[in-house]
Design a protein around this ligand. Structure first.
Ligand SMILES: Cc1cc2nc3c(=O)[nH]c(=O)nc-3n(C[C@H](O)[C@H](O)[C@H](O)COP(=O)(O)OP(=O)(O)OC[C@H]3O[C@@H](n4cnc5c(N)ncnc54)[C@H](O)[C@@H]3O)c2cc1C
Length: 389
């Protein structure tokens, strides 16, 4: 996503030098969100981007893995030989975290690529018993698709609630009920002790029947190719980009799931693994490549993502921390509600379940740094924008 969007944005900016996109996967570049939704259910065949690379004069080298980056020589290595660059854009995305002891075990799957989705699709169509490990965003979406396909679904989560890595308990706790409402069993505080043919064994001895196991326990930046390159990586494995999305080596940019960047807006470095970041970041990278060093554009958007799970449309904008004040807007037992996070009275983030209008208004309020009247903001009958002071 971020790689091809950078190429397109460069052409939109009038950049007329040669542009080459190198990608390890053999497929035409494609969009990932449908992989856990329509592509999985077979209601969409694929999700290739509708981009005419030939007309844009962008060279695609597919099925080619970059094994090493040599910044001194301004070259990257591939099995087919070295490729020189004037400017290198790292857009290698992320790789799913694997469950120890499960790699290579028959019947255990990840969900990151089109090939993963193609392997999983017939298993859903055949209505296998499915065990999902991890109640995060991907786990919830996969569980949703598997239930829609008519599979028995058990979700095994080590934490005491879903989305434990991203949402506080009071926000995530009501979301746990969605699993049962959709006919999926959610086991929290449950650790996988081992995987046997046809079953997942939990610590404590319970055996959960599993025709297929899908592991969705997070993703890490795909930056293994940068070993020895001198390009700085953070403790999270992400390329440490600056506010212009430049990596620590000359003429190297990093964008999308593989890179973290310092946000002035939130006063911390952010690593965002969501689609919108892979859309917005490339515009900044292209502007900075095409514009030259004198006129650099900083990158500091209001992050945004969505998830479709258990018949609900969940959207989030901004970024919150544990110290921010949480404000409920509506009853989480209902179909639609929102949660707001305020810092010094200003809206910094919101989660909207089934209320795209709150999301759209909230996103603008976050961008403008609006201070909200908490009483009005907590009242769902008052339009969110009317709660600004
Ligand atoms: C199943 C699924 C569902 C999702 N749903 C949503 C959603 O509903 N909403 C949302 O906001 N976000 C969603 N996302 C997240 C979103 O798709 C990602 O944030 C986005 O794809 C990131 O784009 P990227 O270009 O950084 O990485 P990617 O799209 O992962 O692209 C990176 C590419 O680089 C290639 N590559 C890596 N290393 C090398 C190498 N050494 N040499 C050559 N090529 C290499 C990879 O093969 C890959 O094709 C979803 C992700 C997945 C996996």
């Amino acid at each position: 996503m971020a790689g091809v969007r950078t190429a397109v944005a460069l052409r939109e900016r009038g950049f007329d030098g040669p542009v080459t996109v190198i990608g390890a996967e053999p497929h035409q570049p494609y969009d990932r969100p449908p992989l856990s939704k329509a592509v999985l259910l077979g209601t969409a065949e694929g999700s290739a981007f509708d981009i005419d690379f030939e007309a844009l004069d962008v060279e695609l080298r597919l099925g080619v893995e970059v094994t090493r980056v040599r910044t001194d020589a301004h070259e990257v290595d591939t099995a087919a030989g070295a490729v020189p660059y004037d400017v290198l854009v790292l857009a290698t995305g992320a790789e799913p975290v694997t469950l120890p002891g499960s790699v290579g075990v028959p019947g255990v799957h990840l969900l990151r690529t089109l090939d993963d989705a193609a392997r999983l699709r017939p298993l859903l169509a055949e209505k296998h018993d499915i065990v999902v490990v991890g109640a995060g965003w991907i786990g919830a979406e996969f569980a949703t698709a598997a239930r829609q396909a008519g599979c028995a679904v058990t979700v095994v989560e080590a934490a005491d609630r879903p989305l434990a890595g991203t949402m506080p308990a009071e926000v995530a706790a009501p979301m746990a009920a969605w699993y049962a409402q959709y006919g999926a069993e959610l086991l929290t505080g449950a650790r996988v002790a081992g995987i046997e043919p046809g079953a997942v064994v939990l610590a404590g001895g319970r055996r959960v029947p599993a025709g297929a196991v899908v592991v969705g326990i997070g993703a890490r930046p795909a930056t293994g190719l940068l070993a020895g390159s001198g390009i700085e990586l953070g403790p999270d494995g992400a390329v440490v980009a600056d506010r212009y999305l430049r990596a620590s080596a000359p003429d190297v940019y990093a964008v999308g799931d593989c890179a973290s960047y310092p946000s002035d807006r939130y006063g911390e470095r952010l690593l965002v693994h969501h689609w919108d970041n892979a859309l917005q970041g490339p515009r900044t990278v292209a502007a900075n490549i095409a514009g030259g060093d004198e006129d650099l554009e900083p990158y500091d958007p209001v992050p945004y993502f969505w998830s479709e799970q258990f018949g609900r449309f969940v959207q989030y904008a901004g970024h919150h921390g544990a110290a921010d004040t949480l404000l409920r807007r509506g009853d989480p037992a209902e179909d639609s509600w929102s949660v707001l996070w305020l810092r010094d009275g200003a809206l910094v983030a919101l989660l909207a379940v089934g209320i795209p209008r709150d999301l759209a208004q909230g996103r603008k309020l976050i961008m403008s740094g609006a201070v909200l009247d908490p009483e009005r903001a907590a009242d769902p009958s008052v339009p969110l924008k009317a709660a600004a002071r």
